[in-house]
Unconditional design. Structure first.
Ligand code: AMP
Length: 283
């Protein structure tokens, strides 16, 4: 696998590949890779002749400086995992390559309610920071396709809206959430869970499954939500939200007939680690 730290070097290689007719698939990550990330690389490999992954812990999307500081970093292991997944190239830039001093690359797009609900309520500024870095990375890599996980469902909706607003030709591919055997969604943050919280965390997945069963059988969103929040508290977690929303607008729904595509999205603290997950209730 080729490793690039400089934009110019990556672009030189990509330019030659493109001239040779190779399509590029792109998998942006913040590192501390797990099988969820690798599933994105596999999906990209299946559709594109060249796959570029990036590892960049984006300072502009962390509203809490402590969270940025505590974010796990393990480049050696990440390189080994990406190599084992036959990733063609890794872009691992220092901050000044992504945000060169003196250039204001902040993306000013209005995502309306998409960035205000759920994560938007608890992580102010997170999505504009995320959209800025995804936009910047897409500008650098210029891939044919972009691979992102359903695990970060709201992020995906915002990136989709960004591509629409910018009339970007990049194809966005949503990849299913990879889970541990007990249902916990794989996440780099799981590494920071204490043993007790690692035991408690799969309650998020169980709450989502229970919500799906009840909602499909006719319970109201409000009833399902109250039960799920209660369950998460009982399991020793501190939920921030458990929302049942229209999967396109992210507006809350009341019942099964209210939208064509419905998703339950949850965020909860497991000790000092914030976890998110979601489940499609109506495909
Ligand atoms: P991150 O490094 O957490 O920013 O994630 C990078 C990409 O991997 C994002 O598109 C995530 O949605 C995706 N991802 C993270 N966890 C998983 C998972 N468990 N299954 C599938 N994709 C994931």
């Amino acid at each position: 696998m080729l490793i690039f730290k400089k934009v110019a070097d990556l672009q030189r290689w990509l330019g030659a590949e493109r001239r040779a007719g190779k399509r590029a698939g792109f998998v942006p990550t913040m590192g501390a890779l797990h099988h969820g990330h690798l599933s994105l690389v596999h999906a990209a490999k299946a559709e594109c002749e060249r796959v570029v992954a990036s590892i960049f812990v984006n300072p502009t999307q962390f509203n809490d400086p402590k969270d940025l500081e505590k974010y796990p970093r393990m480049p050696g292991q990440d390189i080994a995992l990406l190599t084992s997944a036959y990733c063609d190239a890794l872009f691992m830039p220092p901050v000044e390559e992504v945000y060169p001093p003196g250039r204001n690359l902040t993306l000013h797009l209005d995502f309306g309610r998409l960035e205000q609900v759920m994560e938007g309520r608890f992580r102010p500024g997170h999505f504009s920071g995320m959209a800025t870095v995804v936009h910047r990375l897409l500008d650098i890599v210029q891939p044919d396709r972009l691979y992102m996980g359903q695990k970060d469902f709201q992020q995906l909706c915002i990136v989709r809206d960004m591509l629409r607003q910018l009339q970007s030709p990049v194809g966005l591919v949503m990849c299913p959430t990879m889970r541990e055997a007990d249902g916990l969604a794989m996440s780099s943050r799981n590494l920071r869970l204490s043993p007790a919280m690692r035991g408690a965390a799969p309650a998020i997945y169980r709450a989502l499954q229970a919500a799906k069963n009840e909602f499909v059988q006719g319970s109201t969103a409000a009833g399902v939500q109250a039960q799920a929040l209660n369950y998460l508290h009982t399991a020793g977690l501190q939920p921030e939200y458990f929302d049942i929303v229209d999967g396109v607008t992210l507006e809350p729904v009341q019942g099964y007939a209210d939208a064509a595509f419905i998703v339950a999205c949850a965020a909860a603290w497991a000790g000092d680690v914030r976890l998110i997950d979601n489940e499609v209730l109506k495909p």
